[in-house]
Ligand binder design. Sequence first.
Ligand code: T46
Length: 134
Amino acid sequence: PVFQSEVIEIKELGDERGFLSVVEENKTIPFEIKRVFYIYGTKEGVRRGFHGHFKTRQALIAVTGSCKIHLDNLSRKEEVLLDSPTKILILEPNDWHEMYDFSPDCVLLVLASHHYDSEDYIRDYDNFVEIYNG
Ligand code: T46
């Protein structure tokens, strides 16, 4: 199937102690979570990503700070701003993505549907176009 990436909002559960937000696999997150990683301490001006995937679905949350994601699924290009721990980008494999404009305090949490596999990356844009246009 060809998926469509989207931004979803989750609840901010709060009381006098502060806030708590929750995500659950196969509910808030539309897949089973096999892997978790986080990107932090990103240097100023850095742009990373520059790839698509074959099968890995991901959920991106800026748990602190903010960053932007450039998305390109060949039929649309979009810029997503992640600037709240209650905002989640469900990033589908068929979206080429680049992450940039990280605030110095940004911690970008990523939940992934598959274990790490370097073969699941499409790092060449022309190749990406061939695969998803074909
Ligand atoms: C993605 C975006 C949102 C591992 O060994 N295991 C892992 O699970 C990951 C994610 C990375 N690595 C190694 C591979 C590289 O040597 O960590 C190094 C940095 O990874 P990479 O250059 O792929 O990082 P980004 O920011 O370009 O991309 C990452 C994810 O790899 C990718 O799947 O969609 O975040």
